[in-house]
Write a new protein. Structure first.
Length: 225
């Protein structure tokens, strides 16, 4: 059965459907030193995890919709991992066996709102969990990516490189992130994991042209609505 047009479904990069439900997005904050520095944050020993609901997940093309009149909306381009089987208290071997594939996602963030929430000691959902806060590109199957911890990726805004990432620079590896997450939150088939953003976050505006590059696997164009 084809999904309704407005409804997101996980896709392969070639456009084929992936037979997994759409679950939650479990994310790590502060997983690259250069982003921690640009946010004037401090590296904490304990990982910073947060969740975006399934209603935040949407396609990255042909356009992304951002909230208006809620202050700055920042880009955070991140390696996304699609989970195909349940993970609870998982070790690295179990994590590796449960990965369907990899892609890129945007962890869209209402930065002004997040700053206010941080100051008040409140949780981040209003800044990161809104509808369409997690645009995701099509996934590349894990058997096509021999060294996921060496993936390079980039985001251009209006032709200028804004973020340029290399998974080698993650503080916690992809496997470690997922294993640690699974100590707290059971990951289910169809969940995705966002592995943190490198430096270069900044405001997006309606009409911005985006170009997203995922190593040698794909480059895609999108637009901000
Ligand atoms: Zn992020």
């Amino acid at each position: 059965m084809l999904p309704k047009m407005h409804k997101y479904q996980h896709l392969q990069h070639d456009g084929n459907f992936i037979d997994l439900p759409v679950g939650k997005a479990v994310c790590i904050g502060q997983n690259y030193q250069d982003h921690i520095a640009e946010m004037n944050s401090i590296t904490a020993p304990e990982a910073l995890f947060f969740i975006k609901p399934s209603t935040a997940i949407c396609a990255m093309t042909p356009y992304i919709s951002i909230p208006h009149n809620q202050g700055a909306v920042h880009n955070e381009i991140e390696v996304a991992v699609l989970i195909k089987s349940e993970l609870k208290n998982a070790n690295s071997h179990q994590v590796a066996a449960a990965i369907w594939g990899y892609s890129l996602a945007l962890d869209l963030t209402l930065r002004d709102r997040q700053a206010a929430l941080k100051q008040q000691g409140r949780p981040w959902e209003l800044a990161k969990g809104f509808d369409n806060a997690c645009p995701v590109a099509g996934f590349i199957a894990s058997n096509k990516i021999s060294q996921p911890q060496q993936l390079k990726f980039a985001l251009k805004v209006n032709g200028q490189v804004r973020q340029s990432g290399d998974a080698r620079h993650m503080i916690r590896s992809i496997t470690t992130v997922i294993s640690e997450m699974s100590q707290h939150f059971t990951l289910l088939p169809g969940d995705i994991v966002l592995t943190g953003t490198p430096a270069g976050v900044g405001p997006l505006h309606s009409g911005d042209q985006l170009e997203v590059q995922f190593d040698n696997f794909f480059t895609l164009q999108s637009q901000v609505n």
